[in-house]
Structures are given as structure tokens and as C-alpha cells.
Design a protein around this ligand. Structure first.
Ligand SMILES: NC(=O)c1ccc[n+]([C@@H]2O[C@H](COP(=O)([O-])OP(=O)(O)OC[C@H]3O[C@@H](n4cnc5c(N)ncnc54)[C@H](O)[C@@H]3O)[C@@H](O)[C@H]2O)c1
Length: 347
């Protein structure tokens, strides 16, 4: 198989973890006889430095032509978020331009990882859920949006179509898993959430084989800590999903463990770790590359249908953890390169 992958390493540890992920891609190429053409483009802070624009046209053009996109992470203190352009603006722009409306974040805690979780092992054992987050609408995109010295406004808006799309995605995924959807909203207060809950019921009625329950986002934040193993597919709007997925990431012990995939209805998908550019550890070569390596596994499976290759990477990652190889965030002292080499040798 031959595919074109656009790589956007970005800033901070983004460049370090993408380097690891590319080493894994090359190992998969060799082992299975595929050809992955890697096209590197600037994105985020580095693109502001090199082109005066966080998301240059040339980067967008390459992404639109790609079979899949691998993103590291963007941002850092060098590029203030208050400036007219910022890496974070670039991130919103790429999601909007590629119409990436479905974000998938699997959270699986394997037995070998139990000791890394800040929760008691008996609570976290068996945790295996996926958060489906609406990514291209809601509070981060709604208009009007403005700020002056005395007042600031953000707008939370959702259309029926946007809500239906994401809910259908969640129910279809649940059918391939344990047939349980938890829809998260704030329907006791917000009108967008009242509409969300109504549509969740309507869509749910079309999937009578899937159990649907609802939780308010504040209760969900608590339940994720109390009984994480209860959940299967969690579906929610943009900001709630942003916050809950970071909370959920700690179940696995570190933000550095969690991959993600973002899909549009008909364009290329984007794969990235759930974490940011971690300026506090950038350049130290201690970043955990697992989230990005598992994002590559998601790419092979979800964009290229290379299921065996994806499984091979996942199993290599978990074997490496079982062998006790751990970066600093996991309580060990392996460098990014050592962790990457251990995973590659297990592929
Ligand atoms: N998708 C993205 O590119 C993205 C996402 C979130 C934040 N950001 C940006 O990243 C910058 C830093 O944000 P933040 O500090 O809130 O979040 P962050 O995810 O970068 O870091 C949070 C904490 O987790 C640690 N961490 C994160 N990834 C790690 C890894 N792979 N290995 C080891 N430790 C890891 C960091 O050292 C830090 O202590 C900001 O500019 C923010 O806007 C970018």
C-alpha cells in the first residue's frame, strides 16, 4: 500500500514525539512492505516564525491532498494567545478548514498500567471507554465572539445537524463495542444541552440495541473518578469533551499515553496525541511518545484499514510497558529515544 501522510510536528515536544512516531511508521513500512510518503509542513508557532501565519495556505493545501495527517502539538510561551494570530488559533482553523467534527479519544487502562494511575487499582481496573467529542462547533467557534477591556463574549450554539452527526457516530461505534452510550450535557441549564438531550433520545430510538444514558457534565466529572470502568462510549459537545478528556487521561497515569483521531465526513483525518506541546519539558528528550505512536496505530486502522499493523503497534506498546520501560511521567527514567527503540524492537 502507498499513502501520503502530512506531518505537522509543530512546537515544543511536538517535534520530539513526531520523530518517534515516524520511526514507528518506518518500521511498519519495512515489516509489511508499505510505502508511506511523509510530507513535512510548518504549523503552529513554527509557522508564525517562518511564514507569519500559524496555518499557512501551503500547509492547508498539503493537508487537503493528504491521505492522513499526523500532528505533534502546538503552542508555547513564545507565542502569546492574546496576539491576533497564535498557534492555538491555527489549531481551531485546521479543525474548521478540514471540517474535523468528530474527535475520538480512547482511554484504555491495561493491567500493566494500573500502578501508574493516581486512582486505586480496584477502581481503575477494567477501564476501557472512548470519548467522542464534537470538535468544530460550540463555544470555541460560535459568533458573536469579542473582547474589550470591560466585557467579553463567547457564544455557544449548536444546530440539529451537528448534534445528529456526532450522535450517530457514537451509536455506530457503540455497536462495535459494548453497546452503551453515555451522552453528557448540562440540560438542567443550557438550551443547547436541552436540544442535545432531545436529539440524543431521538437518535437513540434508532439504535434500540444500544443502551443510552445521560449525565450532566458536572456529575460526569465525578463519575469518571468514581467508576471509570462503567463507561463504554461517552459522547459530548466541544468544551465538555475538551475538559473531560484531559481528566480521563489521568486514569491512564499520564497525558502522554492518550492518542486521538479527528474525522470529517469526507476529507482526510487528523491524528494527534491528546496532550499539548509541554513547554516545561520541551528539549529535554524525556517526553512520552506513546500517545503519538498510538495515534499512528489509529491512523493505520481508521484511515488505511491496516488493522493487523495497528494491532501490532498497540501490542508492542503494551509489551514495552509490561517490560517496565517508562518515561519520567510514568515514574521511570527512560528517554524518548529509549522508549521509542523499545517499542520498535517489540513490533
Ligand atoms: N493539540 C495541541 O497541540 C494542544 C493541546 C493542548 C495544549 N496545547 C498547547 O500546549 C501548550 C502547553 O499547554 P499545557 O501545559 O496546558 O498542556 P500540555 O499537555 O502541554 O502539558 C500538561 C502537563 O503534561 C505534561 N505532558 C504533556 N504531554 C506529555 C508527554 N508526552 N510526556 C510527558 N509529559 C507530558 C507536561 O509536561 C505538563 O506538565 C500551550 O501552549 C497550549 O495551548 C496544544
Amino acid at each position: 500500500m502507498e499513502k501520503n501522510i502530512v506531518c505537522l510536528p509543530g512546537d515544543g515536544i511536538g517535534t520530539e514525539v513526531v520523530e518517534s512516531a515516524v520511526a514507528v511508521i518506518e518500521k511498519i513500512e519495512q515489516k509489511y512492505g508499505h510505502k508511506f510518503n511523509l510530507i513535512y509542513k510548518d504549523f503552529g508557532g513554527i509557522a508564525i516564525d517562518n511564514h507569519g501565519n500559524s496555518f499557512p495556505q501551503d500547509t492547508l493545501d498539503a493537508c487537503l491532498k493528504a491521505d492522513a495527517i499526523l500532528l505533534g502539538a502546538i503552542g508555547g510561551p513564545k507565542w502569546p494567545t492574546t496576539a491576533p494570530d497564535s498557534p492555538e488559533r491555527g489549531l481551531l482553523a485546521i479543525r474548521k478548514s478540514l471540517n474535523l467534527n468528530v474527535n475520538i479519544r480512547p482511554v484504555t487502562v491495561y493491567d500493566a498500567q494500573l500502578h501508574m494511575s493516581p486512582l486505586k487499582e480496584e477502581i481503575v481496573k477494567g477501564t476501557d471507554f472512548t470519548i467522542i467529542r464534537e470538535l468544530s462547533s460550540g463555544l470555541y467557534f460560535g459568533q458573536p465572539k469579542y473582547r474589550d477591556n470591560d466585557r467579553a463574549v463567547d457564544t455557544l450554539a449548536y444546530s440539529r445537524e451537528e448534534i445528529e452527526n456526532i450522535l450517530h457516530f457514537a451509536f455506530k461505534l457503540a455497536r462495535k463495542r459494548r453497546s452503551h452510550v453515555t451522552s453528557v450535557d448540562k440540560a438542567n441549564i443550557l438550551d443547547t444541552s436541552k436540544l442535545w438531550r432531545q436529539i440524543a433520545e431521538e437518535v437513540g430510538a434508532q439504535y434500540s440495541d444500544v443502551k443510552l444514558d445521560h449525565l450532566y457534565v458536572d456529575a460526569m466529572a465525578m463519575e469518571l473518578m468514581r467508576r471509570p470502568a462503567f463507561f463504554d462510549v461517552i459522547v459530548t459537545e466541544n468544551m465538555f469533551g475538551d475538559i473531560l478528556s484531559d481528566e480521563a487521561s489521568m486514569l491512564a497515569g499520564s497525558l502522554g499515553m492518550l492518542p486521538s483521531a479527528s474525522h470529517s465526513i469526507n476529507g482526510p483525518s487528523l491524528y494527534e496525541p491528546s496532550h499539548g506541546s509541554a513547554p516545561d519539558i520541551a528539549g529535554q528528550k524525556i517526553a512520552n511518545p506513546i500517545a503519538t505512536i498510538l495515534s499512528v496505530a489509529m491512523m493505520l486502522d481508521q484511515s488505511f484499514d491496516l488493522t493487523a499493523e495497528a494491532k501490532n503497534i498497540e501490542e508492542a506498546v503494551y509489551k514495552t510497558i509490561e517490560q517496565g520501560v517508562a518515561t519520567k511521567d510514568l515514574g521511570g527514567n527512560a528517554t524518548t529515544t529509549e522508549m521509542t527503540e523499545a517499542i520498535i524492537s517489540n513490533i
